[in-house]
Write a protein that binds this ligand. Sequence first.
Ligand SMILES: Nc1ncnc2c1ncn2[C@@H]1O[C@H](COP(=O)(O)OP(=O)(O)OP(=O)(O)O)[C@@H](O)[C@H]1O
Ligand SMILES: [Mg+2]
Length: 311
Amino acid sequence: MLEVKGLTKSYGKLVAVSAVSFCANSGETIGLLGPNGAGKTTTVSIIAGLLSPDSGQVLIEGKQVQSDTDPVKLKIGLVPQDMALYDKLSAHDNLTFFAALYSLPGAKAKQAIGEALSLVGLSDRAGDKVETFSGGMKRRLNLAAALLHDPQLLLLDEPTVGVDPQSRNAIFENLETLKKRGKTLIYTTHYMEEAERLCDRIVIIDHGKVIADDTLQGLHKMLPVTNIIAIELDHADGFKPEPMLALPEVKSAELEQGTLRVGVHDLSRGTPGILRWLSENGHSYHHVSSERPDLETVFLTLTGRSLRDSQ
Ligand SMILES: Nc1ncnc2c1ncn2[C@@H]1O[C@H](COP(=O)(O)OP(=O)(O)OP(=O)(O)O)[C@@H](O)[C@H]1O
Ligand SMILES: [Mg+2]
């Protein structure tokens, strides 16, 4: 559906995006994850045709978008990071304006507006001015505006920034609905928990470069430890975890407040030996669980910096 090849864009001396390449198959949701200033908006703006790259190509269904009036462009919907809504107009009138931009004929526009409002849960507020909306409702209307022409490829640039948890959930449910309808989504975020929940594949960008492109599972495999087995011991006093490091698959072993935390690279290969070792050495336990490290850990491992704090 979408092929991004070697995009490069500089602002003066600053290279905002450098040789960025990735693909999205039809119906896939790709997360574009990176800290502030990583180049996410620049990349999305180039895909949407709002910005031209210094070099590189964007192919939609194998075709390069030639001009603003190219019909291929109608396959794309953009939810911009900075909202483009008219505060003094009602939600309905805002959408009428966008429908006119897409040249949707009257009857089709009416139907599309009704459907988009219903999808984002704003039908009952259609007649209210946008200035009376909460931040989350504005974000939802922003999403509705991008859906009017029924695009196959939806570019979402941090659509949940500054919204309350309830609206954030609502937006997520809307996106999950769109995903079920077979839309291809490019989801830009610096929240790894969002990328983990929604995306089939995650492209991590840092300082304008792609530093990883894989499924969540694949990204986890890059870590020295892919699972932590947490074992609550019956008698933790005096327990020494160090000898466990000699067991196959065990990468780390620590005791924290009565819970033994063992890091392994392969859960199914590591767990039996660990539990056997505990019983053979007379250590009983009353709870065993496993945890997966999150994308934050992946980012930290790849860059040595934290996703939230890095610039
Ligand atoms: N119009 C511009 N003129 C000059 N520099 C720009 C411009 N737009 C973006 N930049 C710079 O390009 C780099 C990438 O910016 P971009 O907006 O693409 O990042 P981002 O990943 O979307 O960040 P954020 O998470 O803050 O939205 C940043 O260093 C930014 O300062
Ligand atoms: Mg941005």
